[in-house]
Structure formats: structure tokens, C-alpha cells
Write a protein that binds this ligand. Structure first.
Ligand SMILES: N[C@@H](CCC(=O)N[C@@H](CS)C(=O)NCC(=O)O)C(=O)O
Length: 241
């Protein structure tokens, strides 16, 4: 077998989640699986080889990907979460509360939390370099591409992608997160979770985005938001695996 990642073509005896360790969408699904206590195998793909390693998805080529033991494939994190909840949990995390509110807020979370992730990780020169070095350590790159990514990745992420997003929004990345967490916590009100007494699928999605920042030092900027963090820790305590 070639050095590096094993070919993920063979199916195991558990469902599999193909992911990148630093991908927010992957963390959404992983958090849901851990909350429901579903047993699965994790396959960490090489970020530069997604096309090859995910060739069984017929051209989707993005993570996360969920593969059932019979080979059936689910893609796209939010529809994937709904489907997993429906198959393994009778849809109880999604079919909760007012559906209009739920549909509005899952869209809000996906739209806003997604956009805020890159600026906080790559918004400054030093933080962008720190992030790419950390990503190169956390992800399963090959020997050369690990080093190449750590140094060549950051000018792209910082200079091109993050700068553009920050300019468009106009706020500092930390301010943007704190504003979003204000809106999110205001919506939760005096309840424990968006879902009320227990987290719903919308909580799990929002939690997953935030959690994807947790391996990085910039997470401390989110930790300064007391209400947001109190909710985050409450969701965290519901994870079973
Ligand atoms: N809408 C998709 C987005 C997935 C996505 O963009 N994943 C990124 C990693 S965070 C990816 O795999 N990018 C590789 C590519 O676009 O080629 C979802 O929610 O699952």
C-alpha cells in the first residue's frame, strides 16, 4: 500500500464520515453524530487529494461525506444532518418546535457562521500564518505538501480570501462573531438551547461551526463572549462520544 492515506474505497462494518479536521461543515456533522451517540468510522482525507479519495461521490468532491455500510452516500452537511437525524433518531432533533422559526434560523446559521469562520482564522497576517501551520499539522497532508501548505497557503488565505471578506463586511472578525453571538443568544432568550430544554439540529449546526475554530488560538476571542460560551458549553456537555 502507498504511504500516506489508505484508499477509502473499501467499506467498513460501520458507516463512515469522510472529513477534514479543520472543516466547519465536517464539525457540524461530527457534532450531531456525537450528540446522538452514533458509532461510525472517521476517515480524514488529504486536503490536496479530495478528488481522488472522494471519487466514489460521483463528482461532489467536498467534505463531509457520509457513507452507509451498504455504500449509500450522503453529501452536503445540512441535508446530511437532517437525513442522519431522520434515519437514526426518528427526526427528533429536526421535527421540534415551530418549523418556520427553525427553517429561518438554520438558514441564518449556515449563512452567517459560515462567512465568519475564515475571517477569524485568517484575518490577520500573524493569525493566518499560525492557522495555516496548525492546519498543516492537523490535516493528513503528504510530507512535502504539508510544508508547502504551511508556507504557501497563508498568503492566499490571508491576502486574498480573508481580506476580501472582511472588507465586504466592514467589521473586525472578532466583532463580527460577537455580533452574531448576540443575535443568536437573543433568539435563544432565557431558554437553555435554541431547541428549548434540549439542543435541536439548529443548535448542533451552530455549535459545529464554532467548534471548528476550537483547535485554533483565535478561539479565545469567541470565549470572551460570555453568553455565547455558556450556550456552547451546555451543548458540549450533551455529546456522548
Ligand atoms: N455546502 C457544503 C460545503 C462543503 C465544503 O465546501 N467543504 C470544503 C471543506 S471545508 C471542501 O471540501 N472543499 C473542497 C473543494 O471545494 O474542492 C457542505 O455544507 O457540506
Amino acid at each position: 500500500m502507498k504511504k500516506g492515506n489508505p484508499p477509502p474505497a473499501l467499506m467498513g462494518d460501520k458507516p463512515e464520515l469522510f472529513l477534514l479536521h479543520t472543516c466547519p461543515f465536517s464539525w457540524k456533522v461530527k457534532s450531531l453524530l456525537q450528540h446522538l451517540g452514533i458509532e461510525y468510522d472517521e476517515v480524514q482525507v488529504n486536503p490536496l487529494k479530495t478528488k481522488k479519495q472522494l471519487s466514489f461521490t460521483n463528482g461532489w468532491n467536498k467534505v463531509p461525506v457520509w457513507r452507509e455500510t451498504d455504500g449509500e452516500v450522503l453529501v452536503d452537511s445540512t441535508p446530511m444532518m437532517k437525513e442522519i437525524d431522520s434515519r437514526y433518531n426518528n427526526g427528533e432533533l429536526w421535527m421540534v418546535g415551530d418549523s418556520e422559526r427553525r427553517d429561518k434560523w438554520i438558514e441564518w446559521v449556515d449563512e452567517h457562521f459560515k462567512r465568519a469562520t475564515i475571517p477569524i482564522l485568517y484575518g490577520g497576517l500573524v493569525s493566518a500564518l499560525k492557522t495555516t501551520i496548525r492546519v498543516s499539522k492537523l490535516e493528513k497532508f503528504g510530507f512535502i505538501s504539508k510544508r508547502l501548505y504551511a508556507w504557501a497557503g497563508f498568503p492566499i488565505m490571508w491576502g486574498i480570501i480573508a481580506k476580501k471578506r472582511i472588507k465586504k463586511d466592514g467589521r473586525k472578525p472578532k466583532q463580527l462573531w460577537h455580533d452574531l453571538l448576540d443575535d443568536w443568544c437573543d433568539e435563544i432568550g432565557d431558554k437553555e438551547f435554541f431547541g428549548g430544554e434540549a439542543p435541536s439540529l439548529v443548535d448542533m449546526a451552530a455549535f459545529g461551526y464554532m467548534r471548528s475554530i476550537s483547535p485554533f488560538s483565535q478561539f479565545s476571542q469567541l470565549e470572551e463572549h460570555a453568553r455565547g460560551m455558556a450556550w456552547y458549553r451546555r451543548v458540549e456537555t450533551t455529546l456522548k462520544i
